[in-house]
Design a protein around this ligand. Sequence first.
Ligand SMILES: *Cc1c(COP(=O)(O)O)cnc(C)c1O
Length: 374
Amino acid sequence: MTGLIEPLPAGPLPPGVGAVLVVDTGAIIANWNLLRARHPGGAVAGVVKANAYGLGAAIVAPALHGAGCRHFFTAHLAEALAIRALVPGAMLAVLNGLPPDAASVFAAHDITPVLGSLSEIAAWSAAARRLGRKLPALLHIDTGMARLGLDAAELARLAGAPELLAGIDLRFVMTHLVASERPEDPLNALQRARFAAACAMLPAAPRSLANSSGIFLGAEFTSDLARAGAALYGINPMPGEKNPMRPVARLRARVIQVREIAAHAPVGYDATWRAARPSRIATVALGYADGWPFRLSGQGMAIFDGAPVPLVGRVSMDLTTYDVTDHPAIQAESWLEVIGPDLPPERIAAQAGTTPYEILTSLGARIVRLARAA
Ligand SMILES: *Cc1c(COP(=O)(O)O)cnc(C)c1O
């Protein structure tokens, strides 16, 4: 009896595993369906960059594909190659663009670059000529982010010389919103207007506009393809309002030891915490090397049997300590839940001074990821 709120999925865990991330694929699919209902008239792609925001692209991509998702985005070519076979027939696009000398790899594996400059367009067009067939691409227009995509000058040059796109099958023209989490920000409408003007200068093609939060900005932000990441994984696309998404991730860490310490005894590096009373301290196998934020030192918590358990002392590289004096059921081999419905990534991010995106994408390679189907 480990005191889990619900049991871990069946199947043997590697011996000595420190932490388990249980990924609810049924909740991911429910979230995808909710986003589709909020994005009428256009498809919703699954953004699975950064190992599907830390949850495991090998779990997430086939689950979405099985539900009917036919558009996927990664950031890197290597991420796309790793999941190409898991999403047969689907568009698999690379947001970071076409690196020099990579065109033949993209073409050979049916991976679609998001072209973000005139030189990338030239390289992809040349590859199409070399291969003697049309090659698919998305075209990224910068409407305010100033990271990737054609700027106004490049757009004007392309509009004046559409033959630069020879051999390119323009699957979508896309842009990326700067402030979609803040509906009141006038940048949203400005970007939408700039995007419409850019598309009017280019050959007719389907459009891709909203990310997760953009889907909730209203009907004007609907396009042929939304690109959703965070909301699929349960992160609230409307910060400050009730989260319409289902929670997806539960992170549980294993208690290695429970020890009794005397009143006034310190715990952990630099003795930042001292017991006020004779105490029981549980040491779990999760630390900042696993992406567990150091900033939670002395202020985080875990959940056991529905009750909060305070984190005490410093988060160290491989270990974190909790005061379990009031939880006699917690013993060695118990599991403490450190992310879950009662401890959403937003809550942890607020304590750690970061975004929920960073909390999930930081979760490290030592954590075992398990799928839990609905
Ligand atoms: C990461 C990313 C997305 C997904 O954004 P979410 O806020 O996670 O939905 C969409 N488009 C681009 C260009 C991105 O880089």
